[in-house]
Design a protein around this ligand. Sequence first.
Ligand SMILES: [Zn+2]
Length: 258
Amino acid sequence: MDGIPSAVERLIAAAFGGVVGSFLNVCIYRLPRHASIVWPASACPQCGRSLSWYENIPILSFLALRGRCRTCANMISWQYPIVEALTAVMFAAAWWYYGPGVLLASRLVFGCALIVLFAIDLEHHLLPNVITVPGIVVGFAFSFFTEPGWQASLVGIIVGGGVLFLIAEAYYRVRREEGLGMGDVKMLAMIGAFLGWKQTLVALMLASVGGSVIGLLLIATRRGDMKYALPFGTFLALGAAGAAAIGPALIDWYVVRW
Ligand SMILES: [Zn+2]
């Protein structure tokens, strides 16, 4: 860009990402508890004291307070600085990779949704409709202006949601218990809306491989058995991030190779 060194641009993008990450933390904490995400201001979950502005600065406050509440010395979860740092890195990397434009906006909205779903599913085994359902609509709306185009997006929604719905139904009929929830179905439909059907299949493949490897490791180390339900949405989030990053190259390679 004119005049501003690109390193400064990325730093500004990272700082903005840190602030957004701070808001994502609020969503991760409050959505599963059905609390408002806009009111009241952030408070210590232990003693309930409201946080002042200087206790709310992404990452820096956590470091300055050494991870403890000033009043009750309650340990602040590592989730807060991790989510803030992850979001900051994502904003800087996306700015560098995509440059300003509709695709950048689409990818950032998508990435934020994935971070929230990843964290909530990991902790609560839950994928809130307030993220996935609007996510499908927003992803489809973006597709009229940028990748993957509305046709690929529409097919992505149908294939993404449809494939997992059929797997969930089949599993239920065979095992008589729920293996995949409707949350997973809606989440993959959302991934389809943002990435289109090809990369959605890549995301599903990556998530399945990742889930199987971790599942086998858990069985091998006797930390869990087959009944231990791994939150599939967590793996879907990782798979979707991987697909967005390497999916186009992977599809190109596959088409050329075969
Ligand atoms: Zn406290």
